[in-house]
Design a protein around this ligand. Structure first.
Ligand code: MG
Length: 275
């Protein structure tokens, strides 16, 4: 029987939009672990942030960090080490983009007229980061440990910001416009990272059936690529827009309650259809 793997966004999806609680999903998370269905975090967060969260949630599975920039598989998790990974910190790491130093160097190459109008994470103190993000200093420190890109605070006008983004794109970057920051990295997304990891999980047999869950447009690539897409309701913005219409479920509850509702419904459906 083909197995199942769950790929999930965190903020606003498994974690509550306001208080970051996962409590409403805890009973189901325990059941999934007992059934051998891995829950794989796929998020904009850093490896450092995810290591802490995995510990808190007792999760021992691979994860995807920094919006699909890299996949981390615990060393020995699979019978065979994938061909194109490096080993580091107890993980097999598959990176889809160059490392942070590449992006910092690229930020130093933008035209002079942008000087003083942007500030990379790299140039901020922990207290400045905590102020800007609303995180505690400890959390801000983990969030600042980017390995595959650089968040940048834009200090100039909106019109100049678009010129700045274009300048970065001409230099070979891809820029995601977040709520507070511009995220400068390379060509990667959650969907491609999920696809690669799922192929590794299926190596030597058939790849698991994928269920992806997300609440935002930056989850779209992952939601499009999965066998089953669960759109988790957000209290702050509409569902992400998808091209697909088959095997798409929109939850009625938001955040972790919606997460549990969606996962339970899709897993039951899969169990029924495969007998
Ligand atoms: Mg989210």
């Amino acid at each position: 029987m083909t197995s199942i793997a769950i790929y999930t966004d965190l903020d606003g999806t498994l974690l509550d939009h306001h208080d970051y609680s996962h409590a409403p999903a805890d009973p189901l998370l325990q059941r999934l672990e007992a059934q051998g269905i891995p829950v794989i975090f796929c998020t904009s967060k850093t490896r450092a942030e995810l290591l802490r969260l995995r510990q808190e949630l007792n999760n021992r599975h691979p994860f995807i960090a920094e919006n699909g920039a890299a996949v981390f598989i615990p060393d020995g998790y699979l019978p065979v080490r994938p061909a194109d990974v490096v080993t580091g910190g107890g993980f097999w790491v598959k990176a889809f983009v160059p490392g942070r130093s590449h992006w910092l160097a690229l930020l130093r190459q933008v035209p002079n007229r942008f000087a003083g109008r942007f500030r990379p994470f790299h140039d901020m103190t922990v207290d400045q980061l905590a102020d800007l993000t609303g995180l505690s200093p400890e959390e801000a420190l983990l969030a600042a440990k980017r390995e595959y890109g650089e968040p940048v605070q834009w200090l100039g006008s909106d019109a100049d910001r678009e010129d700045f983004v274009e300048a970065l794109e001409r230099l070979g970057a891809r820029v995601l416009r977040g709520g507070r920051f511009l995220h400068v990295s390379g060509d990667c997304d959650k969907g491609r990272a999920m696809h690669w990891l799922n192929q590794q999980l299926g190596a030597g047999g058939s790849a698991p059936i994928t269920i992806a869950l997300g609440d935002s447009q930056n989850d779209a690539a992952m939601l499009e690529a999965a066998d089953h897409a669960v759109l988790v309701r957000s209290p702050s913005h509409p569902f992400p827009r998808l091209r697909r219409t088959e095997r798409v479920l929109e939850t009625s509850a938001p955040g972790p309650r919606g997460w549990a509702e969606g996962v339970a419904s899709v897993v039951t459906h899969i169990d029924k259809t495969r007998g």
